[in-house]
Ligand binder design. Sequence first.
Ligand code: PNS
Length: 161
Amino acid sequence: MSKAICPGSFDPVTNGHLDVFTRAAKLFDEVTVAVLINSTKAGLFTVDERIAMIQHATRHLGNVKVDSFHGLLADYCKNQNVTAIVKGLRAVSDFDYELQMAQMNSQLGVETLFVATNPEYSFLSSSIIKEIAKYSGDVSALVPENVDLALKNHFSGRLEA
Ligand code: PNS
């Protein structure tokens, strides 16, 4: 069985990420979206909230599951018996950092495959989504519906959905 990991912070997941998960799910028998637990950086959403949002947004993809990890991604991949990392490349600005990580992960025994992001989403990032949502900008076309709702709830001071 071919297995891949799509790792990231996903704070929150965007339609650009979903496009990468969907395409990875066509190439591999099983895809795990793995949310990094970063104890040094508090996110807007907790890891559990991010996982719940991704699970909801990928519920139509039968071979995609969602998990979290801490420590080295290469160690997590080995523990899960996964030999491929799949990541989206948006623009040249992503390249240096992604290449460095891919080369290091290769040294650690796990290869990385890049998919060219759909141009429709090449300007998208979780950070920019949070910035727009914070000032009540409309991000409904750029994130799954449940994420849009969670952002609205967060920035209007109400409890998360
Ligand atoms: O969405 P992000 O924040 O760009 O994702 C970065 C991520 C989670 C893929 C990267 O930070 C990572 O793999 N972190 C785990 C620690 C690790 O393995 N570091 C060495 C990478 S070569």
